[in-house]
Ligand binder design. Structure first.
Ligand code: ATP
Ligand code: MG
Length: 376
């Protein structure tokens, strides 16, 4: 019965939904009213991270599509885009989809699960609820700042928690609005959005991007997303060298907990960028040094700590209104397979601030055992 309904809502044959349920590539979340299902993998046209709320209307929130990356920019721009290219700032935080179910705002993270922390925070931002009541769409944006359990990066304009929209998407088709239309719609509600750096002609855009990247890099900003102003062509991302190496430096604090692909892809990006910028002796040497340091320093730092008997963890700060919310976040993260401990809850004037320690078992276990004489 429910399979039939889901199948109709998504336009997929019932046997495929049933198969996915049997294979557990669709998960049902039952501790939430209404219950909802999450696509943990894509199924035909259905994006990974798609959620379907099992209320009367069966609200569907499509997954956010992967944005492909340019390694070597010029030919990508040439082949992929039309005559005009919008260059937007790429912000470094986590992807959130905000929407309305039963007249309440909810926030999904990339995988399609409702995040209690982000949901509570978005409800405090004015304009979002009104916007979503007036328009039956999904607001896709980046949460950035210093207080969240996922990605910590400082943005002066964001404060501790900022939400910057990059797409307004149609629920049924998942089609995004053209850029200018998106911006003026959001302006009318005072909702913040990612910075549009400029719209450039194809002939000059690559030079412009390299200039822009250089400026962004000075302010520790991640990079750019290139878009068709009409949003008819999928966007492409491109990041600065400083981002690549600071990602590496971060991940090399927990080398055995990150996938090999994470490291490899970022190392290769440095090669393609050096080639495209035709770097010679001095600049190439600087890049080599920066790259090498981003691998070696953090791993040695971690090894030293473990040698001293310490445990290395990843630390986050969250700020909420009640103790109950903190335990909800803990339960949620644990259920996502993230091993966290709340170590310190401090009551402040308007709420509670907690420190979340994420355990990184593989790194601690592996380094401890190799340092104590294990061979392999
Ligand atoms: P994926 O490549 O699958 O999207 P990822 O975790 O590898 O996921 P990133 O490398 O950070 O993602 O790049 C894509 C993400 O960048 C988007 O999913 C979105 O969350 C974020 N983002 C930040 N700024 C923008 C922007 N201006 N336009 C679109 N996406 C943006
Ligand atoms: Mg990102």
């Amino acid at each position: 019965m429910i399979i039939e309904k889901i199948s109709r809502a998504l336009g997929v044959e019932p046997w495929r939904i049933k198969g996915a349920l049997d294979r557990h590539t669709i998960r049902i979340v039952k501790d939430f009213t209404p219950n909802y299902i999450v696509f943990k993998k894509s199924l035909g046209q259905i994006e990974r991270g798609t959620s379907v709320f099992l209320n009367d209307d069966l609200d569907v929130v499509p997954g956010f599509p992967k944005i492909q990356r340019a390694f070597y920019l010029r030919p990508v721009v040439e082949r992929h885009f039309g005559e005009k290219i919008a260059v937007e700032e790429k912000m470094n935080g986590y992807n959130v989809r905000a929407f309305l179910v039963n007249n309440k705002v909810y926030a999904l993270t990339r995988g399609g699960f409702i995040c209690p922390y982000t949901t509570a925070k978005l409800r405090e931002i004015s304009g979002i609820k009104k916007f979503l009541s007036d328009h039956n769409v999904v607001l896709c944006g980046e949460v950035v700042g210093m207080e969240n359990p996922y990605v910590i990066h400082e943005y002066p304009e964001a404060g501790k928690f900022g939400f910057f929209v990059f797409d307004i998407r149609e629920k049924k088709s998942n089609d995004p609005k053209p850029i200018q239309e998106r911006n003026s719609l959001l302006d009318a509600y005072g909702i913040r959005y990612v910075r549009l750096i400029g719209i450039f002609k194809k002939a000059i855009v690559v030079e412009e991007i390299f200039k822009i990247i250089k400026e962004l890099e000075k302010e520790n900003r991640e990079g750019v997303v290139l878009k068709d102003p009409d949003m008819k062509i999928p966007p492409i991302k491109y990041t600065s060298s400083k981002t690549n190496t600071s990602d590496l430096a971060y991940a090399f604090r927990f080398p055995y907990d990150y996938g090999r692909d994470f490291f490899f892809s970022r190392i290769m990006r440095e090669g393609y960028q050096a080639l495209e910028l035709e770097e010679e002796e001095d600049d190439l040497k600087k890049r080599a040094l920066r790259l090498g340091e981003s691998l070696l320093y953090p791993m040695v730092e971690t090894m030293k700590k473990i040698k001293k008997g310490e445990i290395v963890t990843e630390d986050f700060t969250v700020r909420v209104n009640s103790r109950r919310e903190i335990s909800k976040i803990e339960t949620y993260l644990r259920r996502q397979g993230v091993d966290v401990n709340i170590v310190d809850i401090r009551e402040e004037e308007n709420g509670f601030v907690a420190r979340v320690k994420r355990m990184r078992h593989s790194t601690n276990d592996k380094i401890r055992s190799l340092l104590s004489g294990k061979i392999e």
